[in-house]
Design a protein around this ligand. Sequence first.
Ligand code: F6P
Length: 337
Amino acid sequence: MTRVHKPISLTRYLIEEQREKGVIKPDLRLLIEVVARACKTIATQINKGDLGGVLGNVGSINVQGEVQKKLDVLSNEILLEANEWGGHLAAIASEEMDDPYPIPHRYPKGEYLLVFDPLDGSSNIDVNVSVGTIFSVLKAPEGVTEPKPEDFLQPGTKQVAAGYTVYGPSTVLVLTVGDGTHMFTLDREQGSFVLTEMNVRIPEDTAEFAINMSNMRHWEVPVKRYIDELLAGKTGPRGKDFNMRWVASMVADVHRILTRGGVFMYPVDAKCRDKGGRLRLMYEANPMAFIVEQAGGGATDGHIRILERQPLALHERVPVFLGSKNEVALVTSYHRD
Ligand code: F6P
């Protein structure tokens, strides 16, 4: 990981990626800037907390069967409003909405599809713990101007950009356009995201894991075996002690792993088997897998690379194992056994 000393704004980073490396097109740059701007607005709302009247539930249930928080709804609206008029998108899909959101006819349309989880880890909102926004960008299939749900069903390898913003003690936007993973910290006085870590690298080995241990009795054999071995510590087959962390906010857990390594797991278990897992492929697993792989880590569903899974439904759920390469490879190999 390279710590950056010269202040480079997100805008400048994107322009240079476009001009010097040709990695991104002008419309994609605009799209990322608009998402970043929406994330600044969301950060401001989160920051107000109880003073802004943004805590608590709205009383409705989303397509995932979860109780919607006021901030879930607000963040969704902020992202929709910011993105619908710029002319860079063909359609938007959100974890909070049953169907894709078409770009209103009064605005021009572009070639990209934007997919997001407006506020991930929302059970943490009311207790003042880190939450985040996750996003992924795909291209609309050639010639499609009115995208339908099936037009979004592209494997994660097709993503042209992915990122998340973690709203923690500081607000940090993490981005990949397929040219490494980079971190931008929000400078509140300047009102802009500034490049602070370039080419993040996740250590291949780790002594830290993240999993919801309360689900242990529901796990399948390979996961139980892997965690038992970690818990056995120095005197067990792994010959070293492991530490555990679980924030229950995927963005915060993944951010820790990008910063100092670790392995994050949300396996399929008896509780969520009928749904296919807990986390969403399009809104959570795919963007995180892209970010983690670009930082040298691994990301599988226990069997194959997450990025190679062919999505079958917009709100599909999947098992997730991601982070330090060697640990992800080991727990994946146990599934094969
Ligand atoms: O989207 C789901 C999510 O909130 C993730 O951010 C997080 O990793 C997970 O659920 C927490 O799950 P649990 O409630 O089982 O701890």
